[in-house]
Design a protein around this ligand. Structure first.
Ligand code: X2X
Length: 334
């Protein structure tokens, strides 16, 4: 049952709103995300569900579906489904939305960010709001930004210390921009669902992949199937918790604030645990037998230079106005 009907029904049925935000009847919303149930994405989504259940006195239930189950395993389809109201809620990362909204690639431009302060100045500031405005035009209401993280490269062939080491490696990538980045490095990229990646790595269909340490590599046990990791921090990927505009519009202002606050708290928690997991992550991965390489500043500069063509190409696609807005916020955070 939807809320627009609830106000009328509630009054007619003589419901008394005594305190807090009340719902006239129980409602269950479905939340889709595209990683496994051990990740910080999942923990953030579950925290949101807990907070809403608590604050609506059990009237608002969120069921969390991992592994892009609700979009037939297609992680890029979730955003489009939320946009047309086929899904109520989504937690997904920016790169997954780029087929629908190319501007979302701005976050992940190679070496745009150097640290978390710069990240927070954009996701928690005016640039994040600007991207939320763009998603709203597609029927998606961004409730809060969370974190997938700085994406690090892993593979089974050799340690990656320079752009040359990437040459000829068969790399699984998540989205279109990363195809161009991998091509710039001379690797052979292949776009693949995350849900199919672990077995592709295990079977040697691809040599490597790239993902954040705290949010994905550790909780999804990528270290079980990959020997080498290089912490090259080449691309940042935020996640967001979004709701279908058609669902959102049925809530009154109090209900909307309750939902937005729960989302903000859940994603703040999600960012915290992701950063903690990442900070402790390299030591943990070494204990698990991975060979981890941490490039020097000079070596990072070489990766940055080699990926510049992909930056330029995608900055043009995103548009100078948005890229400039991000760069200004980043410069101000330095
Ligand atoms: O597919 C991936 O690599 C993941 C889980 O990080 C994203 O959703 C982009």
């Amino acid at each position: 049952m939807k809320f627009s009907r609830i106000t009328g029904t509630a009054l007619a049925a003589g419901f008394v709103v005594a305190m807090g935000v009340s719902m006239a009847s129980a409602q269950t919303l479905r939340l889709s995300h595209n990683t496994g149930d051990t990740t910080t994405w999942h923990q953030g989504a579950e925290r949101f569900a807990e907070l809403l259940a608590e604050r609506s006195d059990g009237d608002l239930t969120v069921r969390v579906f991992p592994n892009a189950q609700l979009s037939g395993g297609d992680q890029m389809r979730q955003a489009e489904m939320v946009g047309r109201g086929a899904l109520d809620l989504v937690v997904t990362s920016a790169i997954n939305v780029t087929p629908l909204v190319p501007e979302m690639a701005v976050f992940s431009l190679p070496y745009l960010y150097s640290n978390y302060d710069q990240v927070d100045a954009t996701t928690q500031g005016a640039p994040g709001q600007r991207m939320a405005d763009i998603l709203l035009e597609r029927g998606i209401v961004v409730l809060a930004w969370g974190e997938n993280g700085f994406r690090e490269v892993t593979n089974n062939t050799r340690p990656i210390r320079s752009p040359e080491d990437m040459r000829g490696l068969n790399m699984r990538v998540a989205g279109p921009m990363y195809i161009d980045v991998m091509n710039a490095l001379g690797a052979n990229p292949q776009q693949m669902q995350w849900g199919e990646t672990m077995s592709a790595l295990q079977q040697g269909v691809v040599d490597g992949q790239e993902n954040p340490i705290g949010a994905v590599i550790i909780p999804q046990q990528v270290y079980e199937v990959q020997k080498y990791l290089t912490a090259w921090h080449y691309s940042y990927d935020p996640i967001f918790l979004g709701i279908a505009q058609s669902v959102w519009d049925e809530y009154d202002a109090d209900q909307q604030s309750m939902i937005r606050e729960a989302a903000q708290e859940a994603m703040a928690y999600q960012r915290d645990i992701t950063r903690e997991g990442t900070a402790e992550g390299i030591a943990f991965l070494r204990e698990q037998g991975m060979e981890v390489y941490e490039p020097s500043n000079e070596e990072l500069a070489a990766f940055r230079e080699a990926t510049q063509p992909a930056f330029d190409q995608w900055a043009e696609r995103v548009g100078p106005e948005i890229v400039g807005m991000f760069q200004d916020a980043i410069a101000a955070a330095n």
